[in-house]
Design a protein around this ligand. Structure first.
Ligand SMILES: [Zn+2]
Length: 238
């Protein structure tokens, strides 16, 4: 067995640990769903506001029409009592027009009340949508702060172990290290297997007497014949 195998095994343990930390970083929830919720709340608020603007315009219009109508009634009544019109038929006609105008003013006032009621309801809807949005924003902010803290903590831990790894790698024979890196990349992160009861700890294939003998006698990198991983035998380590 190569005299640096125990260092390679240590390196692998460290690499596995760093991989797990990186995985944890990747799995951290960056708050994307909360951000989408903010967008939905914002769109809803905009919709409610737009509808309020519409009804507000309708109300303003209606008020102008009411003022206009009131003015017309006032003038017609002034005309009626001015004594200018003497023809009874004409007077009757004017009186009738005034009555009709008053009736439609009444209808419009009832309609106006309904519009105001709807505006009140919509103001409440706007308030509610605003509160919703503020709440979603606060939630998102708190989440992002938490996310950033966790991420920074994990990243500094990774940096610490990477420097530890560099120190360890510097002690290992460069050919052995290169072989380790190659295998690690090709075999999904695990390049070193341990001999456990004469079998490979990763693929569980029983090792041949020939391989076991080589492990014992040669200062070389010996690989599992089945999965190709470098074999480390703790019983042979010193
Ligand atoms: Zn194997």
């Amino acid at each position: 067995m190569h005299h640096h195998m125990s260092l390679l095994r240590d390196l692998q343990a460290l690499d596995h640990y760093i991989d797990r930390l990186r995985q944890e970083v990747a799995e951290l929830d960056n708050g994307e769903r909360l951000r989408e919720k903010i967008e939905r709340s914002r769109r809803r608020l905009e919709e409610v506001k737009a509808r309020y603007q519409e009804i507000h315009a309708t109300a303003t219009n209606q008020e102008l029409r009411l003022q206009d109508l009131g003015e017309r009634i006032r003038r017609a009544e002034a005309d009626l009592y001015s004594g200018r019109i003497t023809n009874p038929r004409e007077l009757q006609l004017l009186q009738h027009e005034i009555e009709q105008a008053k009736q439609s003013r009444e209808d419009m006032e009832v309609e106006m009340l309904r519009i105001w009621e709807r505006m009140e309801t919509m103001k409440n809807d706007i308030d509610e949508a605003e509160r919703d949005l503020q709440y979603a924003e606060r939630l998102y902010q708190a989440h992002v702060e938490d996310y950033n803290q966790r991420k920074a903590a994990l990243e500094s831990e990774i940096a610490f172990h990477l420097s530890e790894r560099a120190d360890l790698a510097a002690q290992i024979d460069s050919d052995a290290l290169a072989r380790y890196e190659q295998l690690r990349q090709r075999l999904g992160g695990t390049a070193v297997a341990v001999v456990e009861q004469k079998a490979c700890s990763v693929c569980h294939t029983l090792l041949t007497p020939y391989i076991l003998k080589r492990l014992q006698n040669e200062d070389a990198l010996i690989a599992c014949e089945s999965c190709g991983r470098l074999l480390y035998d703790p019983l042979l380590a010193h």
